[in-house]
Design a protein around this ligand. Structure first.
Ligand SMILES: [Zn+2]
Length: 96
């Protein structure tokens, strides 16, 4: 079934995490799917959600959120999440 609403912050955080994990600064951090999802979940718990129900609304919200100013504080929370997950990785729990 098609999703009716999406959290634009989730899409934005997800792409920012991907960019960040590919930078040399984070080359020592685990990039497995479990850690990535954990970083995303942890980040989203500390970020305001931004739900939309239409494609147009999604594009508009993404444009509004994806500015240098917004990315700066969103990235701060993502960096914090990367460090927390890096310190307490759960990937061993996912291998089953
Ligand atoms: Zn991992």
């Amino acid at each position: 079934m098609e999703r009716k609403i999406v959290n634009v912050m989730e899409d934005l955080a997800s792409s920012l995490i991907t960019v960040m994990l590919t930078s040399p600064e984070y080359q020592l951090f685990c990039k497995c799917e479990q850690c990535r999802m954990d970083i995303l979940a942890y980040s989203l718990n500390n970020l305001p959600s931004h739900y939309v129900s239409t494609k147009e609304g999604k594009e508009r919200a993404f444009e509004q959120l994806n500015t240098n100013q917004h990315r700066r504080w969103i990235n701060k929370r993502i960096i914090h999440a990367i460090h927390v997950v890096g310190k307490y990785p759960k990937h061993y729990k996912a291998v089953q």
